[in-house]
Design a protein around this ligand. Structure first.
Ligand code: GLC
Length: 572
């Protein structure tokens, strides 16, 4: 029998520490808050937590600009608080992985502060320095990728903000220092890392310029106004072309192998999850990353049966080429993209009618029943929605404020219009504080305190944990139930995936099987009532494991599914 690893069976839950729970009432999430919510997470039914960066940071990229890899940001607590959190999680059977940013540090990290002092100091080559910008490369956040350092009278390279200088991974000392930081946390007992932006670690050694006829600001502006399919296609092509020499360059596989060998020094199967969708970074299934995210699944305006089938066909084929055991990892949302509830609501995507609530359920069901490890993002369990912050002074995402400045100053867009566009592209909209109850500030922090990002006022409309805990029909209770369904049916975890009725547009149906068991999942993505027959699958009977329509008796000869209904059944 194949032995499945803890992370293959687990459901992960991403915590965005700044917005999750504020234990000391200063308007910023912290470890005290996270510790207080461990029981909530355990009761929800998830098995592992991924923490977005909790390290000291000047916050030019909301913590993804780390100034000390071996500490805790003071506003989140102390190393002791971290230990209490980790022990508390482990005591409840919850694993914890951290976010490790390899590509860059903060420009306030002592490595960079030393590197920029002169061209001859011991860390002079820890970053990527040049005398003059060698090409037209752009940063994906703030314009030209080469920034001038007056101290050193040279330019350094940054793929993200200029406050995030790229490390020079051709320097063995950088490897040693970063693996030291990784061991610091592994020694403490963390279960692995989510590796940030691994595709950006190396650059084209020939420094080939891109050929897109505009710079980053121009491309963002073009992306905003492009409407026709041809324009949209051109936008996509330009994004790819603009960064093609700065992404996915040779060297990453070797580096992932090296990182893997650091983790393999430890017992109990520590893991690496890459922020990339290229499955080849899973190496031979053992020697690089444990998983990469199935980002293609979420790159759509609307999740449809056809979309999921196509995605699964492609991903499973790609993983199969790596090794028979290469493992998938499915998600629909994280801290970098709009909230699932808003993004995939049919009305928003121009679909038929307004079915956000139903689609939120179907979209959870799909992520929890497809083959692979699911990742959920904090707040989605109560249906948190995007909250547009149309006051640029309140935005914390510098990528958006940078864009706002360019819209106003370079493109002469009226400030009120620019504010709306910056709010819409900002990632702040999906990072607002978690809504714990129907009280001022959604119960995240005391009324008199200003939270670090405004709380979405829809906490007063039932989008909060406390109200939903009391309501058996709430989205939160649906999450709990579905997580139990998955846990109670190992076939949904380990079974292989076989699509059925592939021509049908209205519903998505697939079997998960791990002999001798087979489970059938049917998800009605339409507004129509559906009566479907599944006698063609070669099974005699079906035992309902979960059905939205509890009252009906289902049989393979006739399955009644109400609009947006779900049916999960064990076949025999
Ligand atoms: C990753 C993170 C994102 C961050 C970027 C730079 O994509 O998910 O939030 O801004 O890396 O570190």
């Amino acid at each position: 029998m194949i032995h499945f690893k803890w992370w293959q069976k687990a459901v992960f839950y991403q915590i965005y520490p700044r917005s999750f729970a504020d234990g000391n009432g200063d308007g910023i999430g912290d470890f005290k808050g996270m510790i207080e919510k461990l029981d909530y997470l355990k009761d929800l039914g998830v098995d592992a937590l991924w923490l977005s960066p909790h390290f000291p940071s000047p916050l030019f990229d909301c913590g993804y600009d780390i100034s000390d890899y071996e500490n805790v940001a003071p506003e989140y607590g102390t190393l002791d608080d971290f230990r209490t959190f980790l022990d508390g999680a482990h005591a409840r059977g919850l694993r914890v992985i951290l976010d490790l940013v390899l590509n860059h540090t903060s420009d306030e990290h002592r490595w960079f502060l030393e590197s920029k002092t002169s061209r001859v100091n011991p860390k002079a080559d820890w970053y990527i320095w040049v005398d003059t910008p060698p090409n037209n490369w752009q940063s994906c956040f703030d314009g030209p990728a080469w920034a001038y350092s007056p101290e050193r009278r040279q330019y350094y390279y940054h793929y993200f903000m200029k406050q995030q200088p790229d490390l020079n991974w051709h320097n063995p000392d950088v490897h040693k220092a970063m693996w030291g930081a990784a061991r610091f946390w592994l020694d403490m007992g963390v279960d692995g890392f989510r590796l940030d932006a691994i595709g950006t670690i190396y650059e084209d050694p020939k420094l080939t310029p891109h050929a897109v006829p505009m710079d980053l600001a121009g491309l963002r502006q073009f992306s905003d106004i492009a409407k026709t399919p041809a324009e949209r296609a051109l936008v996509e092509q330009y994004w790819l072309e603009m960064f093609q020499y700065q992404l996915g360059q040779p060297g990453i596989h070797e580096l992932m192998k090296e990182m893997r060998s650091v983790l393999d020094e430890y017992d109990s199967d520590r893991i690496l999850v890459g922020e990339d969708d290229d499955v080849t970074y899973q190496g031979n299934g053992e020697d690089e990353l444990s998983m990469v995210f199935n980002f293609p699944l979420m790159r759509t305006d609307l999740i449809t049966p056809e979309w999921v089938r196509k995605n699964q066909q492609e991903r499973i084929a790609a993983l199969g080429k790596i090794s028979p055991g290469a493992w998938a990892c499915n998600t629909l949302g994280n801290h970098d993209c709009g909230r699932i509830y808003t993004r995939y609501s049919a009305s928003q995507a121009g679909g038929n009618g307004n079915h956000a609530a139903e689609l939120a359920r179907l979209n959870l069901a799909v992520v929890l029943t497809l083959q692979g490890t699911p990742f959920l993002y904090n707040g989605e369990e109560i249906g948190m929605t995007d909250y547009l912050i149309p006051d640029p002074n309140l935005l914390r995402d510098r990528m958006a404020t940078w864009y706002y400045d360019h819209l106003v100053n370079e493109f002469k867009v009226a400030p009120s219009q620019a504010a709306l566009r910056a709010a819409a592209m900002s990632r702040d909209k999906n990072r607002t504080p978690l809504q714990w109850c129907n009280a001022p500030n959604g119960g995240f922090c005391p009324q008199k305190v200003t939270p670090w990002l405004p709380v979405n006022p829809n906490y007063a409309e039932g989008i909060n944990v406390q109200d939903q805990e009391k309501d058996p029909a709430s989205l939160l209770n649906f999450y709990r139930r579905m997580l139990q369904v998955r846990k109670g049916n190992p076939t949904l975890v380990v079974g292989d995936y076989q699509p059925v009725h592939e021509q049908v547009e209205e519903y998505l149906a697939f079997m998960r099987s791990s002999p001798p068991r087979t489970v059938l999942v049917v998800l009605n993505y339409s507004e129509k009532h559906i009566a479907a027959e599944f006698t063609d699958l070669g099974f005699q009977s079906a035992r309902t494991v979960y059905a939205t329509n509890d009252s009906s008796t289902q049989s393979l000869a006739k399955i009644d599914l109400e609009p947006f209904g779900i049916w999960i059944a064990e076949l025999s």
